[in-house]
Write a new protein. Structure first.
Lengths: 469, 40
């Protein structure tokens, strides 16, 4: 029973459905683990013992009565605290929203996971308003990496990633505007999925950049990544940005190898500045996929710059009123970037949108000859929490604006990405992006599953989250 | 902008303008802006 949280969601649900352990017992263990680990990791901003235990008891009641409790029966989950939770104030990592009324209903994707039997145990820490890559928050403190407590868990969904890597929950939800799922997945050594832009509903989530926001999730196995993704898919009247596409299940085909797989290695921008251990991890994945073919994109620096500008300007526009009236209540790092974004001329944003179309079209052409592209998620392993600069090749640059240089160009055009963990002995975790054409999450997931079966990607054991279980 | 925030804002604005300069230097056809409701 004590090892139950080391298992993935599929296995936990199986045990609960067979009544080898009750959902109530699992929820209790998860909540105790969360309380014990949170002093070290600071990954949870709130725990919901009463509602979690009640939900778990309801799962057990259904099973007793022969009612199907769903494929996530009794699986404890957590959500980044920008997802609405009925009865709870949505903070989005801020102090400014502390006095807002509680949410009336759950965010759409959370409601869908709960309907499948998942039990919400907590909300997780994040960078203020999702503007950051390190989950260092002036109001709520730093979130620590379970593999090395002196290091960042990545951001902005760092609390969600640490909760999964720390074996507290097997599934957590996050959001990704410029890399906020892929960066923490990489630093924490777990799987992350950022689906195609406009695939999953953002209904009931606090926005950051309307044109770039994605929701997605973290897991410790590829089968869990596919399972939760399949459960969250589908159009939503509460979110007109989410396109009316049919649900396209990925789980049934997950074990089927991609025949004649055409994988390309992104070079140039995506290799020139990465550290050696990161490049070695890319090469391991490339070897496993049997490819040496490289792909050189043009205009990547400009695409990344465009995402950077759009983020600053659009994020600032969203918060303009409170920037004027309550600047002292922002995290200083966020506030200064928003003020700068508010000063950006509209002509730049006009150009950003046109550049976005041309970069998207370039990738569409590339994908006529490739099924997936691979690239590092980050230039380095997790930085120390007191680190302020980063080496990009031989250049020393400010850390926080540059952690996402390999993720920003990809989310800028909304392509689906699975981040997979490569466990390098003696090294901190390294994450690799498996990038697929738009709407082909199924291919990225099948490639990730293939790498998992080959043993090329696997989860390193966390060292910093020892808790009494 | 409050004087107390001036240095931080200027540092960020300078960084932002470097990125904006990259964007503005890209030669693109003179067409209308891309749609707000971008499709991947």
């Amino acid at each position: 029973v004590n090892d139950i949280l080391a298992r993935d969601a599929t296995a936990i649900a199986g045990e609960v459905r067979r009544q080898r352990i009750s959902a109530t017992a699992v929820a209790n263990i998860a909540l105790d683990s969360a309380m014990a680990a949170n002093g070290r990791l600071n990954c949870f901003s709130a725990l919901f013992r009463d509602t979690a235990m009640a939900a778990a008891a309801e799962i057990d009641r259904k099973i007793d009565q022969g009612i199907d409790p769903g494929p996530l029966a009794g699986v404890p989950i957590a959500v980044k605290n920008l997802f609405d939770i009925a009865g709870v104030t949505t903070l989005a990592g801020s102090r400014i929203l502390q006095d807002s009324p509680p949410a009336k209903r759950d965010a759409t994707v959370l409601a869908r996971l709960k309907a499948a039997g998942a039990v919400l145990v907590g909300a997780t820490q994040m960078d203020e308003f999702a503007y950051g890559f390190t989950t260092q928050n002036a109001h709520y403190g730093d979130t620590h990496n379970p593999h090395d407590l002196t290091r960042s868990a990545g951001g902005s969904s760092g609390g969600s990633a640490a909760a999964v890597a720390g074996q507290i929950v097997p599934i957590s939800l996050g959001s990704d505007t410029n890399g906020s799922i892929r960066v923490p997945a990489a630093f924490c050594g777990i799987f992350g999925l950022k689906p195609t832009l406009r695939r999953l509903s953002r209904g009931g989530t606090y926005p950051f950049v309307h044109e770039l926001d994605h929701v997605g999730h973290f897991t410790r196995s590829v089968r869990d990544l596919a399972l939760a993704y399949d459960l969250m898919q589908g159009a939503d009247p509460a979110d007109s940005f989410c396109l009316q596409r049919p649900v396209e299940p990925t789980r049934p085909s997950l074990e089927r190898p991609v025949s004649g797989l055409r994988a390309g290695i992104l070079d140039g921008w995506f290799r020139d500045t990465a550290q050696q251990d990161v490049l070695a991890a890319v090469d391991r994945v490339a070897n496993a996929l049997g490819t040496e073919r490289t792909v050189t994109l043009t205009g990547v620096a400009e695409a990344r710059a465009a995402a950077f500008c759009l983020t600053a300007a659009s994020g600032a526009a969203l918060h303009l009123d409170t920037l004027r009236t309550r600047p002292q209540d922002f995290d200083p790092a966020t506030r200064d970037r928003f003020f700068a974004g508010a000063l950006l001329p509209a002509s730049v944003i006009d150009r950003v949108r046109r550049l976005r179309l041309s970069f998207r079209d370039q990738l569409r052409t590339v994908f006529e000859n490739f099924d997936v592209l691979i690239a590092p998620a980050t230039p380095s392993t997790a930085p120390r929490l007191d680190q302020t600069t980063l080496m990009l090749g031989d250049r020393e640059v400010p850390l926080r604006p540059n952690v996402g240089i390999y993720t920003q160009p990809i989310s800028f055009i909304g392509l689906p990405v699975v981040t997979v963990p490569v466990d390098a002995p003696g090294s901190l975790p390294i994450g690799i992006q498996i990038i697929a054409p738009a709407w082909r999450e199924d291919i990225a997931l099948r490639v990730a599953a293939q790498l998992e079966r080959q043993g090329v990607v696997s989860l390193p054991a966390p060292k910093g989250a020892d808790h009494d279980r | 902008v409050d004087e107390a925030y001036r240095d931080g804002v200027i540092a960020n604005y300078e960084r932002l303008l470097q990125q904006a300069a990259l964007v503005m230097a890209v030669p693109l056809p003179e067409t209308s802006p891309g749609p707000m409701e971008f499709e991947p």
